[in-house]
Design a protein around this ligand. Structure first.
Ligand SMILES: O=C(O)C(=O)C[C@H](O)C(=O)CO
Ligand code: ZN
Length: 279
């Protein structure tokens, strides 16, 4: 089955102020990332980040090129970060197989020709990925959660106690511009990324998972003094422009993957916004 792709244009922050709910959702929310035995991608004009899902159920699924890339192979001019959001399953990269446990990550460098996702032994496999333009090849590398740069932030009293695992970060793996990580909320904590921040040097995408099917996350976006919200379900993603905060509160705890591309690889380059300054 071939890749299903859609293109999302970038929005000026002043235009975003007039968006109604439907327009906001069709511009920033990605509702369907997984199709049985296929790959869905959204090509965002923010830093040309590709946000995708691979869902091999009963057959292998190959990462194929698509017309927006105008390249023979998907990774001819790009790098790729994959995080396993299903049960243990494998990915083959130019003939070398990598077994990924849940939440393990795989960085794949520019120039790789073949990336194939395999179904899990028990149940369907699910892989979330981000891809950004690259200027050189860096070696393919698997990163376990144990190898991640890990920080614990927040507190239960503020409903934001969480563990941030930076899996694809330059202290752990060399990348051109991609950074990715997994943030897990502790039971009873529902707020992510509070205090909120922006980073004009990088755009970001959030993918929410491990959220019970009957629960939701209210994701806050927009300029700090002009915020908007999107109601997000399990396995959905949000595109966050460089001028936008990206923060959420769930009706239960959940996990999310953040991925960034842009001007620098400096995770700590953020402009924090005091909660009392949000409007
Ligand atoms: O919970 C958090 O805080 C995050 O995970 C923040 C993201 O890592 C982020 O926004 C990085 O810029
Ligand atoms: Zn951020």
């Amino acid at each position: 089955m071939s890749i299903q792709y859609t293109l999302r244009h970038a929005t000026h922050p002043a235009d975003c102020r007039s968006y109604d709910t439907a327009k906001l959702r069709e511009t920033f929310l990605i509702e369907d990332l997984f199709q049985d035995n296929g790959i869905n991608v959204v090509y965002s004009m923010y830093d040309r980040l590709i946000i995708g899902g691979a869902n091999p159920v009963s057959q292998d699924v190959k990462l194929e090129t698509f017309p927006s890339l105008r390249s023979e192979n998907f990774l001819d001019r790009r790098e790729l970060g994959i995080i396993n959001v299903g049960p243990e399953s494998a990915v083959t990269v130019d003939g070398q197989q990598f077994i990924l446990a849940p939440k393990e990550a795989l960085y794949i460098g520019m120039g790789v020709k073949d990336v194939t996702f395999h179904p899990a032994a028990n149940g369907e496999a699910k892989f979330y990925f981000n891809s950004a333009p690259a200027h050189r090849n860096y070696p393919t590398k698997k990163v376990s959660l144990a190898k991640a740069e890990t920080v614990e932030l927040g507190a239960l009293e503020n409903s934001n106690h969480r563990t941030i695992r930076k899996v694809l970060i330059n202290s752990v793996v060399e990348t051109c511009q991609l950074q990715m990580g997994v943030t897990e909320l502790k039971t009873g904590s529902v707020w992510n990324t509070m205090p909120a921040h922006t980073h004009d040097r990088r755009m970001e995408a959030y993918f929410y998972f491990e959220l019970p099917e009957d629960q939701v996350v209210c994701h806050f976006m927009g300029e700090p003094d002009e915020t908007r919200h999107l109601w997000v379900k399990n396995n959905q993603a949000v595109i966050s422009p460089p001028w936008s905060i990206h923060s959420g509160a769930g009706t239960s705890n959940y996990t999310f993957i953040w991925g960034m591309a842009g001007e620098n690889l400096d995770y700590n380059d953020m402009d924090k916004v005091a909660p009392t300054d949000l409007k």
